[in-house]
Design a protein around this ligand. Structure first.
Ligand code: AMP
Ligand code: MG
Length: 341
């Protein structure tokens, strides 16, 4: 569907933000319930990935069904689709997904309905899809399985630019001592934090990156997984920047949340392979939240992230997010240790 200029002017960002917040909260309910059972059932030791698979599908079903009723933007580019889930061999997983979806949406939801909701997220964006959501139903699945950090990440892309983001981090502290936070941003309107849990008063406060000007006083974050970011190179870069604090290793876009709140000043994601391309749903929400909190986000070459190329950031390599004032200094150090080709 090709949107006209008229459509563009009609987009109501306040309403879309509300839709994104509700969708992420619905998904967080199921993710939390699966993660708490997982820890108690000692699935951790068994290294069984099936609980995260169930939560991933159920999370996508809930976000897509919520957006279908509340958002004017129908297209969702999600990480999952229901193709495998429809196969006969997936019956056990499918039943569990449906059970979780019913828990939030009601017992009348049919299995077909739940699968169709997942498939609403199967849009493949091309040049004619001018506006779409992008969703990571569980970002940081390894952290989820370890009982640690993960996120539900929802971004809105318009003409290849991220214009809105909502990032639910169930295991990061929220305002007022609440468990879990939900960070949001709309382009040009700043970034905010609120409790992830919808019950109680809705306390929404602005967030801001750290204002430090010297890298020696900085803390940096990076992936727990050494396969997702080169930790040897980051150690060399940190030494060159005279950073003395140990890296904050956290799974998922919780790293962007930490930088946006000023608890660290740098997020380094250094390519471990020349061929890997970052996925749009791994960065859309986090990037706009850091930018709207006053920070800067580029790739390792200093280029802006280009969301106008389908499901991947085809024109970018790695990610560097900072509080802003130290960005160029960090990029200069990165250029000395990271191959820029
Ligand atoms: P993180 O929790 O920050 O380590 O990132 C999790 C994300 O890393 C997942 O959602 C994957 O899409 C992504 N990922 C998978 N393989 C790689 C890789 N080789 N390099 C960078 N990111 C990756
Ligand atoms: Mg992810």
């Amino acid at each position: 569907m090709v949107a006209t200029e008229d459509d563009v002017s009609k987009i109501d960002f306040a309403a879309e933000l509300e839709a994104a917040v509700a969708a992420v909260r619905d998904a967080a309910t199921v993710c939390r319930s699966v993660q708490s059972n997982l820890v108690s059932a000692a699935t951790l030791e068994k290294k069984d990935r099936s609980p995260v698979t169930v939560a991933d599908y159920a999370s996508q079903a809930l976000v897509c069904s919520s957006l279908a009723t509340r958002s004017k933007i129908a297209a969702v580019v999600g990480e999952e689709d229901a193709v495998e889930l429809r196969e006969g061999s997936a019956e056990d997983t499918r039943n569990k997904v449906v059970e979780h979806v019913r828990h939030v949406r009601g017992s009348e939801v049919s299995p077909d309905q739940a699968l169709d909701w997942i498939d609403l997220g199967g849009v493949d964006p091309d040049a004619s899809t001018e506006r779409y959501w992008t969703l990571d139903p569980i970002d940081g699945t390894k952290g989820f399985l370890r009982g640690e950090q993960y996120a539900i990440a929802l971004g809105l892309i318009e003409h290849g630019r991220v214009v809105l983001g909502a990032l639910g981090c169930p295991n990061l502290p929220g305002p007022g001592g609440s468990a879990g936070c939900l960070l949001t941003a709309v382009r040009g309107q700043g970034a905010q934090i609120r409790p992830l849990d919808a019950s109680g008063a809705e306390i929404v406060s602005s967030i801001r990156v750290s204002d430090i000007q010297s890298t020696a006083a900085a803390r940096f974050c990076e992936s727990v997984e050494s396969g997702h970011s080169d930790q040897g190179q980051s150690a060399s870069i940190a030494a060159a920047l005279e950073i003395t604090e140990a890296p904050v290793r956290v799974d998922s876009q919780a790293k962007y949340a930490i930088v946006a709140q000023g608890e660290a000043q740098i997020y380094l994601r250094l390519p471990t392979s020349k061929t890997y391309r970052e996925k749009i749903w791994d960065h859309a929400a986090g990037m706009i939240i850091v930018e709207e909190a006053g920070g800067r986000v580029t790739d390792v070459r200093g280029n802006d992230l280009d969301f106008g190329h389908g499901r991947m950031l085809d024109n970018n390599a790695g990610i560097i997010a900072t509080n802003g004032p130290i960005h160029d200094t960090v990029l200069e150090a990165v250029s000395r240790f990271v191959d820029q080709d």
